[in-house]
Design a protein around this ligand. Structure first.
Ligand SMILES: Nc1ncnc2c1ncn2[C@@H]1O[C@H](COP(=O)(O)OP(=O)(O)OP(=O)(O)O)[C@@H](O)[C@H]1O
Length: 257
């Protein structure tokens, strides 16, 4: 379980990114975080792997306060909490499989990883994760030869190969067209559920949020202004989170066709 207890974060320039956050996120939940640009979505999820560090409160992962973690514990935390980025963050010149194997970095020694000396069972794990997202035939292709949707699937396979407890996804479909966005979100949700991973996804399209979330957390100006299961979420909820009527731009539209 992830628990935020009175968590606040003030950036070095004095800007308050998070204000007194109190949340409990259960194992296996698929949570979508929504809010306007600048509301604090990235700050919230990046606190969980300490890419940013809250300045007040306690942030518990399985009852351990990660805000007190130093180097060695931080490395372990980042093995347990995987991340998916809008820009995929693949090494473009390397093969798809090599990128996926980067997920084992925290498990295999750095030198062995740099030399590409992965144990056979790790390679099998990497290949099976590529298969789970439907691109095993691309394993030996250079990452930059793939489409955006395929590259994001590689990054999903990489995070699965890391065998984390938690996945953080920061606007994972913001660079993709509507049909591809739906396919990637479906894959992400399916594999998260199959592996019982706790997943937090930042999305800015409210129709996507409604389609894939178990639970929605709404942020405004660094504060939680809504937190509830998807069946309690209506268009009015989003108007309250955004503090204004819903506009066409807030919807991705389209479907998988
Ligand atoms: N390193 C930083 N130093 C100072 N202020 C920051 C820093 N990073 C983010 N902020 C500010 O904190 C607020 C929250 O930013 P954050 O990136 O978490 O928002 P967001 O909801 O993810 O927005 P977006 O959808 O635009 O990415 C914004 O006002 C942003 O300008």
């Amino acid at each position: 379980m992830i628990e935020f207890k009175n968590v606040s974060l003030v950036y070095p320039n004095g800007h308050q990114g998070l204000k007194n956050i109190n949340l409990k996120i259960n194992d296996g939940e698929f949570v979508v975080v929504v809010g306007m640009s600048g509301a604090g979505k990235s700050t919230l999820i990046r606190s969980i792997n300490r890419m940013v560090t809250p300045t007040e409160g306690e942030l518990l992962l399985d009852d351990q306060d990660i805000l007190s973690f130093k180097e060695k514990q931080l490395r372990k935390l980042r093995t347990e909490v995987g991340m998916i980025f809008q820009s995929y963050n693949l090494v473009k010149r390397m093969s798809v499989l090599r990128n996926v194997m980067a997920g084992r970095l925290g498990h295999t020694g750095t030198l062995r990883s740099m030399l590409g000396l992965f144990p056979q069972e790790d390679l099998q794990l990497g290949m099976s994760n590529l298969e789970r997202v439907g691109i095993q035939e691309k394993a030996y292709v250079r990452a930059d030869q793939l489409s955006g949707g395929q590259q994001q699937r590689v990054s999903i396979a990489r995070v699965l190969t890391q065998q984390p407890k938690v996945i953080l996804a920061d606007e994972p479909v913001a660079s993709l067209d509507p049909p591809t966005s739906h396919k990637v979100m479906k894959d992400l949700r399916r594999v998260s559920k199959e592996d019982n991973l706790t997943t937090l996804v930042n999305l800015h399209f409210i129709d996507m949020a409604q389609e894939y979330a178990d639970r929605i957390i709404g942020l405004r100006d660094g504060e939680v202004v809504f937190d509830g299961p998807i069946d309690q979420v209506t268009d009015k909820t989003f108007e309250e989170i955004y503090g204004r009527p819903i506009k066409e731009d807030d919807l991705l539209g389209g479907d998988e066709s």
